[in-house]
Design a protein around this ligand. Structure first.
Ligand SMILES: *[C@@H]1O[C@H](CO)[C@@H](O)[C@H](O)[C@H]1NC(C)=O
Ligand SMILES: *[C@@H]1O[C@H](CO)[C@@H](O)[C@H](O)[C@H]1NC(C)=O
Ligand SMILES: *[C@@H]1O[C@H](CO)[C@@H](O)[C@H](O)[C@H]1NC(C)=O
Ligand SMILES: *[C@@H]1O[C@H](CO)[C@@H](O)[C@H](O)[C@H]1NC(C)=O
Ligand SMILES: *[C@@H]1O[C@H](CO)[C@@H](O)[C@H](O)[C@H]1NC(C)=O
Length: 411
């Protein structure tokens, strides 16, 4: 992983509109087929949220939260796409202290310019439906999917668990910049950010004009409450610790927690929270999401001898028994979405069978000549068809290995 320079943010008054279209040799970021072409990348500068301090909204280490805004234009000038950045969680003091010293827990260590590609691209031929919208990337620095509200202080260490406040501070900062007069809006996010999209979807809608068209999208955020291969509830325990450490419970959907009084923390899982979301929702996920495969289904604690190591790196190396376990995982995911699939009239789905995690942010998987498809539709087309009500979009791929359009993106 890239080691970031731990430089302090000296000049942090980056104008929200500041942007730089850099002509960069594609060598660093591109797949082999475009090595010879120079690629234009859109880089967007960071805006620190100055009013966040007054709300007590801080990153883990006490630094100010931030976002990157690229203004819309033309017919999209009054439309807004907000995208939560992802990046895992921290569920104990030790890992949160570590995180606070990294780009995952502090804006001090983040890159100050972000590449806007895929769903964030401003190029109509790369992002046909959202290219001219106002597009915002919300930086992730709280470690609890923008949903915690607590502080840890013991005399020597101090940690801010203020994700919920960060969410509010960013929204309040954007409302006067035009979000408050939005005609159309889409709240999205990937991974831990895709989970944030589930958690904040109803709340987002309440801030916007009542006649605006507001919808939400989660990319790779449908984390399952699934037991691991040893039948241990590894993920459930992880979530329980996270919710309790970071004070998340009070920010979960009240109707959900009221309906599961014995285990209110389960409302952190989309499969339980989903039916309480009243805003139209789109679930984009791989049925073999590699993060879930590696951390929920087969965490290293459940496979101490590494029997799954080869299969984790390459699905073609899985033995029949392992493949069977993966197919069961896929079935469980589809079952968990069953009611939504059947009854949600304004909802959409794109569940493909690629070994991937996050498919809306990178151009290769979002919209390109050889991007993944289900029923010959790309992810960008599926999301656009659903958002603009062009047609009902509920795509579930056939099981692995039938899909030949996959980019199996294994970290
Ligand atoms: C938009 O993307 C297309 C396809 O990659 C490319 O040919 C074109 O130069 C891009 N336009 C701009 C303004 O970057
Ligand atoms: C505070 O917590 C940290 C992390 O658990 C620990 O290393 C440190 O010793 C604690 N300090 C005090 C005064 O208890
Ligand atoms: C959104 O949620 C926050 C925190 O739970 C709450 O204080 C705020 O009032 C909500 N916003 C709206 C517009 O309901
Ligand atoms: C289940 O997982 C938890 C968390 O990883 C671990 O502490 C516990 O020992 C595991 N239990 C069993 C029976 O393997
Ligand atoms: C809970 O449900 C009621 C009735 O459907 C609704 O009015 C209310 O807004 C819901 N509360 C939340 C937090 O979504």
């Amino acid at each position: 992983m890239l080691k970031l320079k731990r430089e302090r943010m000296a000049t942090t008054t980056t104008n929200a509109n500041a942007l730089l279209v850099a002509i960069t040799l594609a060598l660093l970021t591109c797949s082999p087929r475009c090595i010879h072409s120079a690629e234009r990348r859109l880089l967007v500068g960071m805006t620190l949220v100055r009013n966040a301090a007054a709300l007590g909204a801080f990153c883990l280490d006490g630094s100010l939260p931030a976002y990157h805004l690229h203004r819309g234009f033309g017919a999209g000038a009054r439309n807004w796409l907000l995208q939560f950045e992802g990046g895992g969680w921290c569920n104990d003091i030790e890992s949160c202290l570590e995180r606070a010293k990294s780009r995952r827990g502090s804006t001090r260590y983040m890159t100050k310019w972000e590449v806007f590609s895929g769903i964030l691209s401003n190029n109509a031929s790369l992002n046909p439906d959202f290219y001219n919208w106002n597009r915002v990337k919300l930086r992730y620095c709280d470690g609890a999917s923008f949903a915690g509200d607590a502080v840890f202080k013991n005399g020597t260490s101090l940690l801010y668990f203020r994700g919920q406040k960060i969410w509010e501070a960013i929204i309040l900062d954007l409302l006067p910049k035009g979000l408050g007069q939005a005609r159309k809006a889409l709240l999205s996010g990937c991974s831990a950010g895709g989970l944030a999209s589930f958690l904040h979807c109803n709340n987002f809608t309440k801030y916007l004009p009542s006649d605006a068209s507001v919808k939400c999208l989660s990319d790779a955020g449908f984390f399952l409450d699934e037991r691991d291969i040893t039948s241990n509830h590894t993920m459930r325990y992880f979530v329980k610790d996270l919710v309790s450490l970071q004070g998340v419970e009070k920010n979960l959907d009240e109707n959900c927690t009221a309906s599961s009084l014995d285990f209110p923390e389960l409302c952190f899982f989309p499969q339980y929270a989903l039916k309480f979301i009243t805003t139209p929702f789109f679930i984009l996920n791989s049925a073999y999401d590699v993060y879930q495969f590696h951390h929920i289904l087969v965490p290293s604690s459940a496979d101490p001898h590494g029997h799954w190591n080869r299969c984790k790196l390459n699905p073609a190396a899985c033995n029949p028994e392992q493949l069977n376990t993966l197919q069961e995982f896929r079935r469980d995911m589809i079952v968990a979405m069953g009611l939504f699939y059947k009854y949600s009239r304004r909802g959409g789905l794109f569940i493909n069978s690629c070994f991937a995690h996050c498919q809306s942010e990178s151009q290769d998987t979002w919209f390109s000549a050889d991007s993944p498809r289900v029923h010959s539709k790309t992810i960008a087309e599926a999301v656009g068809d659903w958002y603009f009500s062009r047609r009902i979009t509920k795509e579930i791929d056939c099981p692995y290995p039938c899909d030949t359009t996959c980019h199996n993106l294994i970290p």
